[in-house]
Design a protein around this ligand. Structure first.
Ligand code: 5GP
Ligand code: MN
Length: 313
């Protein structure tokens, strides 16, 4: 696999390793980072994980008992690995990573298109064909002849599961299913993953979905959209990560072209999620126009604005 030999050398040479997850962490960045960190710890490395925001509760079954930092000191590490980050901004620590990349090795493991992180990384392990960063970590661990036990297999399977929407999206390839099958053979706990994903909706979370679904609109160009305000979250008693999944549901309307969900965040921005099922539409192009990014069929960006002035008008 691309650059695996160089990654192996960097792992052998360096002792204190920091694994950086992306902001608004999802199942792929969490699981891929955990799989890699379990391997590195077994090699006797000192490994820390860092992410700018808190890990959403739905993923606590994966991170249970594992300390994840929300900040770090550059001087504490010999090697930094960014996993599934999309671009430098999305790591949550762009200035610091740029600074460190000048003096220490930075590995960028990603399945997003080349991006700003790509430019500052010492080593890029990018495969845009991979359904999830977890597929790349899987390849790397196999190259390293890591022992894939039930724990690592569950993490890899979880990364793939989340980024493919439970094996439903068009990013699933023959390789994806082959890796998933190998993970199952090694004790990957698919039941645990799907149970925590599908049957973990709280009553307040469902109420929030109700509010958003009640507002769905489709315009003449086939754009389906809805939004959630901070007040909706407060009123329903839901948590902000209860919004995850809504955009996939509104994307199921037949003949729609693009589904958009706008969510107001406590820091006064609007987190925007884009989805399409069409092969002739690339929503990452639209996301990039607004400073975001992503994949052809799932992308997003953050607007420095408020909902009232931009969306509800
Ligand atoms: P979601 O809508 O689930 O938050 O994000 C879907 C995908 O869009 C993510 O996997 C990621 O690739 C991309 N994405 C979402 N938000 C951003 C953003 O603010 N910046 C970038 N570069 N990519 C994003
Ligand atoms: Mn991913």
């Amino acid at each position: 696999m691309l650059n695996a030999k160089k990654a192996k050398e960097l792992f052998e040479k360096n002792q204190k390793i920091l694994v950086v997850l992306h902001q608004f962490p999802d199942g792929d960045t969490i699981s891929s980072s955990l799989a890699l960190s379990v391997y590195l710890k077994r090699q006797g490395k000192k490994v820390d994980l860092a992410v700018k925001e808190e890990i959403p509760e739905v993923f606590h079954f994966l991170t249970n008992g594992i300390k994840i930092r929300d900040d770090f000191l550059l001087g504490d590490y010999d090697l930094i690995i960014a996993v599934d980050c999309g671009d430098a901004q999305r790591t949550g620590f762009p200035a610091r990573l740029e600074q460190i990349s000048r003096i220490k090795p930075l590995i960028n493991i990603d399945h997003h298109l080349k991006n700003s992180l790509h430019k500052i990384a010492t080593l890029n392990m990018i495969d845009t064909e991979a359904s999830a960063a977890a597929e790349i970590v899987w390849d790397l661990l196999n190259y390293l002849e890591a022992e894939i036990d039930s724990k690592i297999a569950t993490y890899i399977l979880a990364g793939i599961y989340y980024d493919t929407g439970g094996f439903q999206h068009a990013n699933v390839t023959a390789k994806t299913l082959k890796i998933a099958s190998q993970c199952l053979r090694r004790g990957g706990r698919i039941g645990l993953i799907s149970k925590n994903n599908i049957t973990s909706k709280s009553p307040s979370g469902l109420k929030l979905w109700g509010i958003a679904l009640n507002r769905v609109r489709i315009n003449a160009n086939g754009i389906v959209s809805t939004y959630i305000t901070l007040n909706d979250i407060k009123k329903s008693g839901a948590k902000s990560d209860d919004t995850s999944g809504i955009v996939n549901l509104i994307n199921t309307i037949p003949n729609s072209k693009i589904a958009i969900l706008f969510v107001e965040t406590p820091d006064g921005t609007i987190k925007t999620s884009l989805r399409t099922e069409r092969n002739d539409i690339d929503v990452s192009v639209l996301a990039r126009l607004f400073g975001g990014g992503g994949h052809k069929k799932a992308a997003g960006f953050t607007l420095e604005s408020n909902l009232k002035s931009k969306i509800m008008a």
